[in-house]
Design a protein around this ligand. Structure first.
Ligand code: KG4
Ligand code: ZN
Length: 343
């Protein structure tokens, strides 16, 4: 089999990204144009702003990816693109670009599931991970656990019942007066804080579910600041208070992630652990996995930071697997806002 050279395009949220990957593992380029600055004043991603911005960024980003990889479009074996799940207008920009390239250069088109791409990023970092592998995907839009079994089938084990972990961090940061995106801002502030400074709830489900819930935590922080029933105005916080609250809040979120991962790993006999999504960049989460009495015994893979948040390399990586399996899409490939149930 010849060595595949795949272009991966990712526009499902607020990163316009394209990458060229050889053989599913060798990243020749990984160009990410982040819209963080555009969305900062809204303290979250505004879908219409994001999709419009993708339209002006997508061609330069693809051109840079090809240039940095020192190839031209005619050298490609296929073009892979995220087509679900994500913001519909955002997905459409990447899909339109991918279809145009596919048609113009007669390249096979491969539609990729964004969540599968996040899971696959760990396999790019360590292709020999033993299966079954428990994978946590935690970002601003998703927080879920998946099991990749010996047949490489991906099964969802758990999901968040309300906010995603990244969303909880973004909203918590906004309450603490920290900038967007909240995850890195809370991580930074938490370095000087006491993680036991305030008691925050860790939700538990009566039914032994592996699901997550973060909205109660955010409300608990709000009530801590403004009193029950929002009886007080928002206080002015000192840097020390922000640090303590950030540390307590981050610890509560990481505790929830670790607890459910531990239960899932034990229940399903996981032989390896993978993490993906923007929250997987968090150092405290990585350290807690490593030092956990259960999770620390299992082989874990922490992908490089650029492969955790949204990027084109993970799309090209899983696209290569689909190329090898002969799973191609037609030019009628659709953008789907929600993921397939089996994902
Ligand atoms: O995967 P991602 O780049 O985009 C999607 O949401 O799909 O994830 C972004 C999320 C944001 O909520 C951001 O606050 C969070 O990931 N994040 C982090 C860190 N870096 C980004 N959360 C915790 N620690 C970090 N270092
Ligand atoms: Zn993502």
């Amino acid at each position: 089999m010849t060595s595949p050279l795949i272009l991966g395009i990712e526009t499902s949220c607020d990163e316009t990204a394209a990458a060229v990957v050889r053989d599913g593992r060798v990243i020749l380029s990984n160009v990410i144009s982040s819209q963080i600055e555009l969305h900062r004043k809204f303290k979250g991603v505004v879908p219409e702003v994001a999709s419009r911005s993708h339209t002006t960024r997508i061609l330069p980003v693809i051109q840079s990816a090809l240039r940095e990889a020192e190839i031209s479009a005619t050298d490609l074996s296929a073009v892979a693109v995220t087509h679900r799940p994500g913001m519909i207008g955002c997905l459409l920009v990447g899909i339109s670009a991918a279809k145009a390239l596919s048609w113009l250069y007669d390249l096979p088109l491969i539609g990729v599931d964004h969540i599968h791409a996040h899971i696959h990023a760990s396999f790019m970092a360590d292709p020999d991970m033993p299966l079954p592998c428990l994978s946590l995907v935690a970002s601003g839009g998703h927080t879920a656990l998946y099991l990749v079994d010996e047949k490489e089938t991906v099964t969802q084990l758990a999901r968040t019942r309300d906010d995603a972990a990244g969303e909880a961090l973004d909203k918590g940061a906004a309450l603490l007066g920290l900038p967007y995106p909240g995850g890195p801002a809370i991580e930074e502030a938490a370095r000087n804080g006491d993680p036991a400074a305030i008691a925050l709830p860790r939700p538990r489900f009566r039914d032994q579910s592996l699901d997550f819930s973060f909205s109660g935590l955010k409300t608990a922080l709000l009530y801590h600041l403004r009193g029950p029933g929002l009886s007080r105005p928002m206080p002015t916080l000192s840097a020390g208070e922000v640090a303590d609250l950030a540390a307590s809040y981050q610890t509560a979120i990481v505790d929830c992630l670790i607890r459910q991962m531990r239960k899932a790993a034990q229940q399903h006999g996981a032989r390896s652990l993978a993490i993906g999504g923007g929250v997987a960049r968090n150092e405290s989460l990585r350290e807690r996995i490593t030092t956990d009495p259960v999770l620390g015994q299992i082989r874990s893979v922490f992908p490089p930071l650029d492969l955790c948040s949204d990027n084109g390399a993970m799309v090209a990586g899983i696209g290569t697997r689909l190329w090898q399996a002969g799973t191609f899409s037609g030019l009628d490939l659709e953008a789907l806002a929600t993921k397939k149930r089996s994902a």
